[in-house]
Design a protein around this ligand. Structure first.
Ligand code: URA
Length: 484
């Protein structure tokens, strides 16, 4: 049995698996088959090889299944031949997936990586425009996108999950994905539609201009993250050349405006505060800040201007815990007043949570940093510093007795629950804190500010907003029940 095996352009993965199993069961070697997809021209002597019936079950390592599931969507015309040849060998060499020196495997791994990269770009760079009339029921959106590989079908389930409550279409020069009333289907060779301009385009441009940090500009890294070939379909990309051109002057202005090291007299102020502070505090709120200002439980007090206590009403049902004061918080003595605080404020406003009703504090009360020239660069506190500072956090918890504590990021999660790993998987979940109460896990706003891909930033910011709203709603529900 020799000949050509033509796979359909949609449903390709299932068709490939069925055919590969059939040919493998019938013992047809790779050199007897020529695999193509339905766009390949018919060769003069190509007869179609029928998939043999009665396939037996073929067992493959999980790693091969995952790899073939990606490689199938690569744009290389040889992809199916390569996969079948490798699968054939795998039946005879069971350890092949672990052979790092195998040239065929290395090639397939590169193809797999390229497809995943393309999938990632598609998730980040598809820009929908609204095509529904304002009063219509389900909102409708459409986008034009030009992927490098055949990744539409591979990525469409992501969009179906993310945008389940609207109808959308992603048109591409090859396969288009159409999601209507919760059902996903694919269409071939749909001509490029005329899509209307969209109000959200301005939003993208404004958003991109705002998150662009001229001091961190690395043109090559940026272009590798957001390759030029995608720019013409992304409204915000039009401002990139201008932002790059302006970056050096803006970075110089930022450096000149950056806060300088705390003044020398700070050391004096710290000394006096420490001398006057009780070594231990267990009393009412009034004494808390004074006691904290003298804290020398760990070395962080040496470099900081002052310890930053929490702020907010003693009766707050929601306590939000960040990592540690940043540069501005250290100078002003109040939590969340710098850039991360601004993002938090915006997310609180979006979530409908009044900041004045929340108690805001940090897991670590002194700013940890290294100096670079005149600038103080944030450093993450280590476990010992978090543990030393926990005493103060527990004192705040005992005093405020919040219904829910929202931990922003790994340091807060570690201080509150004893576990700081895996924040992205844990976010949105409610865990039991060491203090015995409910701790919801969310993302730190400074982490969101550092994410380089705008769409990802938007997504994470929405996640933070959702968590704030959920935590607040939980407090409200609990308030109603316990009459707080
Ligand atoms: N980041 C934090 O974790 N806390 C602050 O107070 C400011 C920035």
């Amino acid at each position: 049995m020799t000949g050509r095996v033509t796979l359909p352009r949609t449903g390709t993965e299932a068709a490939w698996r069925r055919a590969a199993r059939g040919f493998l069961s019938a013992g047809v070697p790779p050199e007897d088959l020529r695999w193509t997809d339905a766009t390949a021209p018919q060769g003069l002597f190509d007869n179609e090889a029928d998939v043999p019936d009665g396939a037996r079950e073929i067992r493959v390592p999980r790693a091969f299944a995952a790899m073939s599931n990606a490689v199938i969507w690569h744009n290389d015309a040889d992809r199916f031949d390569r996969l079948y040849a490798f699968l054939w060998r795998l039946q005879r060499e069971p350890g092949l997936m672990r052979d790092r020196g195998d040239v065929q495997l290395a090639h397939l791994r590169r193809m797999e990586k390229a497809v995943h990269r393309c999938k990632h770009k598609m998730k980040a760079f598809v820009r929908f425009r609204e095509i529904s009339a304002p009063q219509e029921g389900r909102r409708q959106f459409a986008a034009w996108f030009e992927p490098t590989h055949h990744t539409v079908e591979f990525t469409a389930t992501f969009f179906a999950r993310r945008f389940a409550d609207m109808d959308w279409r992603i048109y591409t020069p090859d396969v288009s994905a159409i999601f209507e009333d919760g059902r996903l289907r694919f269409a071939l060779d749909v001509p490029r539609p005329e899509l209307p301009g969209d109000a959200s385009e301005d939003l993208w441009v404004t958003y991109f201009r705002n998150i662009f940090n001229p001091a961190r500009l690395k043109v090559q890294a940026m272009q590798s993250e957001m390759p030029k070939k995608y720019w013409h379909n992304m409204p915000e990309a039009a401002s990139i050349p201008e932002l790059i051109a302006e970056a050096p002057a803006r970075a110089r202005a930022m450096a000149a405006a950056a806060p300088t090291l705390p003044p020398v007299r700070t050391a004096r102020v710290q000394e006096v505060a420490r001398a006057q502070a009780p070594d231990h505090w267990s009393g009412p709120r009034e004494g808390f800040a004074a006691a904290l200002s003298g804290c020398a439980r760990c070395p962080l007090h040496r470099g900081a201007t002052q310890a930053v206590p929490g702020a907010g009403p003693e009766t707050a049902a929601l306590m939000i815990v960040g990592e540690q004061p940043g540069d501005l918080e250290d100078l002003q003595g109040r939590p969340f007043v710098g850039p991360a605080g601004q993002l938090l404020d915006a997310a609180l406003a979006d979530a409908g949570v009044p900041r004045a009703e929340v108690y805001l504090t940090n897991a670590v009360k002194h700013f940890k940093y290294v100096t670079r020239g005149k600038r103080r660069i944030h450093q993450r506190p280590n476990t010992s510093e978090i543990d030393h500072c926990r005493w103060w956090l527990e004192a705040e918890l005992a005093r405020v007795r919040p219904t829910v504590v929202l931990a922003l990021g790994a340091t807060a999660a570690q201080a509150l629950t004893g576990e700081g790993a895996g924040i992205l998987q844990r976010r949105g979940a409610t865990e039991r804190g060491r203090h015995g109460g409910a701790v919801m896990i969310s993302l730190h706003p400074a982490h969101i500010l550092r994410v380089p891909v705008p769409a990802e930033q938007v997504r994470l910011r929405r996640a933070l907003t959702d968590d704030l709203a959920a935590a607040f709603a939980t407090c409200r529900g609990a308030d109603a029940r316990i009459g707080r």
